[in-house]
Design a protein around this ligand. Structure first.
Ligand SMILES: [Zn+2]
Length: 81
């Protein structure tokens, strides 16, 4: 698997197979080389989505994990006496 220096171009060409494999691994393996030596960086939320930068410590690839709002839980409504 070739390493592309231009991460932006590579990002648009990520195959559905790689997407599935990444989800199946729970986001624990590099989409490029399969290494488990990955490190999550900063994250930011944007409305119903959240994004987190991830870097592979073995091949140097970087990518962004995307999270979608799924549900809410643990609602606590204050009681007014
Ligand atoms: Zn890698």
């Amino acid at each position: 698997m070739a390493y592309h220096a231009n991460g932006q171009l590579m990002d648009a060409k990520v195959s559905a197979v790689k997407q599935k494999a990444y989800l199946k691994s729970g986001g624990t393996k590099c989409p490029n080389c399969g290494s488990a030596s990955i490190s999550a960086g900063s994250s930011e939320a944007d409305g119903t989505s959240a994004f987190q930068d991830v870097v592979c410590l073995d091949c140097g690839s970087t990518w962004t994990e995307e999270y979608k709002l799924a549900r809410f839980g643990d609602l606590k409504v204050p009681t007014h006496n």
